[in-house]
Design a protein around this ligand. Structure first.
Ligand code: ADP
Ligand code: MG
Length: 243
C-alpha cells in the first residue's frame, strides 16, 4: 500500500542544535506508528515537522499525492488534514467545550455555526463528552480536557492524527480514559503517529514502533521485535532503563 504520508530527509536545527538529523518516515493508511525515545531525542520536532507546525529545514514531505513542503502550500489545509494533539491541552478557558472544538471550523474554515455545531457534537460524541458540550474547561478533569483536545482535532475530519505525549500532563488515574479514546480511533482505522512513554499502550496499539535518539531514527519495527529483540545497543539501553 502506498504511504499516505512520506517524509524524505527532513531535518531541523535550532541554532547549533540538530533537533532532527535528516530522517525518513513513511506512514501507511490506517497505520499506527508509535515514536519512543529519551527526552530531547527529537520526537516532538519530528511530529511538528510532519504537519508543518515547524517546517523542516531540508527534505520533502508528501501527503497523499501532494508535496506539502513546496512553497505556496495552503498551511491551514495541511493542518486540517494532519491533526495534532498536544501534551498541554491549550483550551480556551472562557469558552465551552463545544466552542473550543468548533472554533477553527468557524474562524479558519468559515463553516456556518449550524454545520460547525453538528461536526463539533459528533466529535464530542466520539470522545464520550456530548453531555459536557456546554461545560467550560475549568470544570472538567484533565482527562476530559484532553478528550476535548482530541475532539477539537477530530472535528476537522483529519486523515492523520499526530499525538505528542497526550497523557504526560495527566494524573495517573486519568491516563486510561484518554488511551481508550485513542484505542477506539485505532479500531476505526484512524491513521496515527503517537509519541508516548506508555509502553504497555505502545505494545498494544502500535503497528510499528520507531525509536529515536539524539535527533535520529535509530531503529524501527513491530512492537514484538522492537521491545523483545531490539537490534541496536542504544535501543536496548533505553528499554532496559524503563524496566
Ligand atoms: P523530544 O520531544 O524527544 O523530547 P524535542 O524534539 O523537543 O525532543 O527536542 C530535540 C532537541 O531540540 C532538544 O535538544 C531540544 O532542546 C531542541 N529544541 C526543540 N525545540 C526547540 C526550540 N524551539 N528552540 C531551541 N531548541 C529546541
Ligand atoms: Mg517532546
Amino acid at each position: 500500500m502506498s504511504p499516505i504520508l512520506s517524509a524524505r530527509g527532513i531535518s531541523r536545527c535550532f541554532g547549533s542544535v540538530t533537533a532532527l538529523a535528516p530522517s525518513d518516515l513513511d506512514v501507511a493508511p490506517g497505520e499506527v506508528v508509535v515514536l519512543i525515545g529519551p527526552s530531547g531525542s527529537g520526537k516532538s520536532t519530528l511530529l511538528r515537522c510532519l504537519n508543518l507546525l515547524s517546517p523542516p529545514d531540508s527534505g520533502d514531505i508528501h501527503f497523499r499525492a501532494q508535496c506539502i513542503t513546496e512553497r505556496g502550500v495552503n498551511l491551514n489545509q495541511v493542518r486540517r488534514s494532519i491533526g495534532m494533539v498536544f501534551q498541554q491541552f491549550n483550551l480556551y478557558p472562557h469558552m465551552t467545550a463545544l466552542d473550543n472544538v468548533t472554533l477553527a471550523l468557524r474562524r479558519v474554515h468559515r463553516m456556518s455555526r449550524e454545520n460547525a455545531r453538528a461536526r463539533g457534537m459528533a466529535a464530542l460524541e466520539e470522545v464520550g463528552l456530548v453531555e459536557h458540550h456546554d461545560t467550560h474547561p475549568g470544570k472538567l478533569s484533565g482527562g476530559q480536557q484532553q478528550r476535548v483536545g482530541i475532539a477539537r482535532a477530530l472535528a476537522l475530519e483529519p486523515d492523520i492524527m499526530l499525538f505528542d505525549e497526550p497523557t504526560s500532563a495527566l494524573d495517573p488515574e486519568l491516563v486510561g480514559e484518554v488511551l481508550s479514546v485513542m484505542r477506539r480511533l485505532r479500531d476505526r482505522k484512524m491513521t496515527m503517529v503517537i509519541v508516548t512513554h506508555e509502553m504497555g499502550f505502545a505494545r498494544d496499539v502500535a503497528d510499528r514502533v520507531v525509536f529515536m535518539n539524539e535527533g535520529a531514527i535509530i531503529e524501527q519495527g513491530s512492537p514484538e521485535a522492537l521491545f523483545t529483540t531490539p537490534s541496536q545497543p542504544r535501543t536496548r539501553e533505553f528499554l532496559s532503563r524503563l524496566m
